[in-house]
Design a protein around this ligand. Structure first.
Ligand SMILES: Nc1nc2c(ncn2[C@@H]2O[C@H](COP(=O)(O)OP(=O)(O)O)[C@@H](O)[C@H]2O)c(=O)[nH]1
Ligand SMILES: [Mg+2]
Length: 304
């Protein structure tokens, strides 16, 4: 399956939710207050976010009026353009550091898909001919280390691990040193997602950042926050907490295939001011895609 078809399949639930309702709405011949009110409801219902929706719809209304547009298809085109403008046209992939290894720290609460995303990223980099290492910084459960081990062998990556209960900072410190010693291009650092209290998280993360920076000044080069799209506006709240603690360089939104509310991508991009770098559209190793705003908007609103 091609990249775009995978994306479209992943957005299937959102698309049928949106399109059913949008199709009906856009079959009207009048673009009056009722039309815009309903459009607002539909977008908010798809988790685009209240503020963002109000802004999009207001701009749409102004432009439709100014351009004296009367055809539904043209209104839809303007809507697409609005959404794209909000998302920004460019893709923002991970940038490799000038000198290897590029250290990527992956954060997020339990169950959002951090370890899976690391496995998928490792496989993407591997396919580009990069030498990849994974560091098992989630030492909370033995199963978490085993899970990363499986992904390491699937993606043909190297692995650095300690025992369950070890200090995550120590694991990541060893990871950075091992990646340098073995000439790896990329080190992906897994972490535990215990968000039971903010002070705790803050302290642990500060330590992790300090220790990684000690092993390699300038590292980590990327701090990715993984968010589960099925948790809707809750994901935004998590992101705000993490963003206060660590300078996030990007967001990965997982499980878009599991929600009818894929509009959360727009809310995240808009309200966090942190670029969405990857999206997860399934559990398979190939179900992680660099986020492409144009393809996303097309995949969301494609008619068939
Ligand atoms: N459907 C779907 N499931 C996903 C996706 N990403 C992760 N998962 C699943 O989410 C669950 C938790 O993932 P895991 O990587 O262990 O989360 P972690 O606790 O953050 O490390 C697993 O069952 C994954 O297979 C995705 O994009 N789509
Ligand atoms: Mg994990």
């Amino acid at each position: 399956m091609g990249l775009f078809n995978r994306l479209k399949a992943g957005l299937q639930k959102t698309r049928s939710n949106l399109l059913g309702r949008l199709g009906e709405l856009f079959s009207r011949s009048q673009f009056d207050d009722d039309f815009y009110d309903e459009l607002e409801e539909i977008l908010i219902g798809a988790d685009v976010g209240v503020e963002t929706t109000l802004e999009v719809v207001e701009k749409l209304r102004t432009q439709v009026k100014a351009a004296k547009v009367t055809e539904a298809a043209q209104v839809m085109e303007i809507l697409k353009k609005q959404l794209l403008e909000l998302l920004g046209n460019e893709r923002k992939p991970i940038e490799l550091a000038a000198e290897k290894p590029t250290v990527i720290l992956v954060l997020g609460v339990n169950g959002v898909g951090k370890t899976t995303t690391i496995g998928k990223l490792a496989s993407l980099f591997q396919a580009q001919g990069k030498k990849v290492m994974l560091a098992a910084g989630d030492t909370f459960r033995a199963a978490a280390i085993e899970q990363l081990e499986i992904w390491a062998s699937r993606s043909k990556s190297e692995l650095v691990k300690h025992q369950q209960g070890a200090d995550p900072s120590a694991v990541l410190f060893d990871g950075v040193n091992a990646a340098m010693a073995r000439g790896c291009d990329i080190l992906l650092c897994d972490t535990a997602g215990r968000l039971h209290n903010k002070t705790n998280l803050m302290e642990e993360l500060k330590k992790v950042l300090r220790v990684i920076g000690k092993a390699l000044p300038g590292a980590p080069h990327e701090i990715l926050l993984v968010l589960d799209a099925t948790t809707g506006q809750n994901a935004l709240a998590q992101a705000r907490v993490f963003n206060e603690v660590a300078p996030l360089t990007g967001v990965v939104l997982t499980k878009l295939d599991g929600t009818a509310k894929g509009g959360i991508v727009i809310a995240v991009a808009r309200e966090l001011k942190v670029p969405v770098k990857y999206i997860g559209v399934g559990e398979g190793i190939e179900d992680l895609q660099p986020f492409d705003p144009a393809a996303y908007v097309d995949g969301l609103l494609a008619q068939e």
